[in-house]
Design a protein. Sequence first.
Length: 458
Amino acid sequence: MSADLREFYSALKSWADEAVAHFRMSSDAVWAVDADEDWQYAGADTYCVQPRTDTRWSFAGLDRVRQLDSYARARAAGGHCPPVAAVLDKLVGSALGKSRVDFWRLAASVLPAPEELDDYGPTFFDRRFEHLASSLEASQVHFHSIHFLDGLVLDGGVIELAPGLTLERATPEEVIRGLKLGMLRPEFPMVSTSTFNLAERQASVIKRRWTLPRVVFDPISDEREPHRDLPEWDEREKEGRAVLDAIAVLTGRRVSVVGFVTFKDPAATSLLDDGWSPLRVYPSVVGVSDVKGSPELTQNLRRTYTMIRHPAFARNKALALAVRRLGLAAHRDLAEDRLLDVFIAAEAFYLSDADNLELSYRLALRAALWGTDGALDWSRQQIFDHMKRGYGLRSKYAHGTEPKPKDLRLQDRQVSLAEFVAVTEEIVRSAVLKAMRVMEQSNGQLTIDWEALVLPDC
């Protein structure tokens, strides 16, 4: 500890000791407040609303300890301590948000709450001062961004998709945060008897741990506030979309985001960080089918996510569009809408170099030649016939024409539109995954010579 900080430590401790003595002797120092009902964890994935009473120091009690001579001495010592003087009466935080720091905010951080009064002593003060000192010296603000998911059931453990980015089970504190923000919803309105039972399909979150540089802005002397450009914020949302797209391409099933929130990392909270938490709540999802976690899915999900986030992937606009449309298809409720998305993906992948001639024939031929990599035990002729029939169905739905029952066939068997779309999607998903594996093995490069596939001897 530097000499300046030691002097501030001694002055602040003298005031805190005297303030605590006043609190202990005063009969009106504590103010009990009936707070709103709040969510609490009851165990076994059950959460319930219970009344809560907050106790805090009264305004009269706080005003008395601010009038102490020791408080003035501590404030003077803070003004001569460079780490303290650097933030006093300035806006401190990050590009996400800043708040003004005055001396009372620093001093009050070392005081105990009413329920902590019996615990106060040298160890208590040292622990609080150490937190204050680390906050003064911090150069980064630490955040968590969480996507609350619906439809994914993990088989336990944490799936690390990238450094600082994980798929894992939500903690009770995070579930309570989701309930308070309306991202997780109980069956009944929030009344004293409300309970929420966390289903396994609601228990998974995408969690990103990240930082921003700490900003100190003097509104008087600084000419202008730093530009609030947040590419990191866009990256958080792109990461969430990439995870959902990877799940959709691998499984063909829907996992939805029901809410997205960013907040300060509880394990690395600085007293000087601004507490603003940007959030986004999405509409409730109907008809979600659970995606079951498994070791195989975990491995493939990590690889597929890594490939989607590879810089070369975005440059391959055809493959990127195909993956994006398959991700959208998984969220469609109507089979005809899902069919249109699947064929947008198919056209992006199979016809990226084609002109407007013989599109149906070319798409079906290329799908047959590229194959399904073992996903379907079909011959090339069967894939060709199916994709050609599917392209015809796509055209009818795109132009508002109702197909005839004979158009909905899998080989010689008449089927529902949903079953037809599921098989078509399996062909396209398998083709896209095969292309991504080729891209992974060639360090991000993917060039498909469709003419060579058609005429291998040329």
